[in-house]
Design a protein around this ligand. Structure first.
Ligand code: AMP
Length: 216
């Protein structure tokens, strides 16, 4: 049983790293952003409501978000989970303790990246519309690029435009950064430098989690 949460600004690499860690530890990867994008794509009443928050770069209301994560955790079985993008504020952190229902949140990985680097990464980010894998757009790219994993079409995320990115970063600073102190005070925080290659950051996270395996 191992429960980990990832905290980091938009573009910090938490999605990529959380997916890799979940594969390596063979535990469920719960990415609230991915789940919300899927819901928004369904176009039903809840999906339309969720989409309006995603488009503005605002947080989806806590009652919806907490309900979603509770459902996912209940289905996660006994092995634990990697939470990616949850909690994003103190209220969600408190709800998580309750949702874990006697299980423990073992570690919270905080990936630290400079604002300049975040902006650079988000402007180049492309996401597979089928499997959500993330790529960096190549310079001078012309033909529609396809996902190496599943062949799906790569797109720019609707909320990666400059204005929405500024809003998401402001929301992160106001709502999410208090979690860093919150988890540090509880002895759960593992702070990792998020600059460098995916493999370098992987190695730092595994070291911070006290694991020897290298991620491949
Ligand atoms: P992400 O893929 O983690 O960057 O999340 C994309 C968007 O999904 C965010 O800008 C929010 O609108 C929404 N979202 C993801 N996780 C949460 C959360 N824990 N609480 C509220 N909204 C969230």
């Amino acid at each position: 049983m191992y429960n980990i949460a990832f905290v980091g600004a938009p573009g910090s690499g938490k999605g990529t790293q959380a997916a890799a860690i979940a594969r390596k530890l063979n535990i469920l990867h719960i990415a609230t952003g991915d789940l919300f994008r899927q819901a928004a794509g369904r176009g039903d009443e809840l999906g339309n409501k969720v989409r309006s928050y995603l488009e503005k770069g605002e947080l989806v209301p806590d009652d919806i978000t907490i309900g979603l994560v509770k459902g996912q955790l209940a289905a996660s079985g006994s092995k634990g989970a990697v939470l990616d993008g949850f909690p994003r504020n103190i209220r969600q952190a408190e709800a998580l303790d309750e949702a874990l229902d006697g299980q423990v949140l073992d570690r919270v990985v905080y990936i630290r990246v400079s604002e300049v680097e975040l902006t650079r990464r988000l402007s180049r980010r492309r996401v597979c519309r089928e499997c959500q894998a993330t790529y960096m757009a190549g310079e001078g790219e012309t033909a529609a690029p396809l996902c190496r994993r599943c062949g799906g079409r790569l797109e720019r995320r609707a909320d990666d435009g400059p204005e929405t990115v500024r809003k998401r970063y402001a929301v992160y600073m106001a709502e999410t950064t208090p979690l860093i102190g919150y988890y540090a005070a509880r002895g759960k925080l593992a702070e990792v430098d998020g600059q460098g290659s995916i493999d370098e950051v992987n190695g730092r996270i595994m070291a911070a989690l006290g694991r020897q395996e290298t991620l491949t």
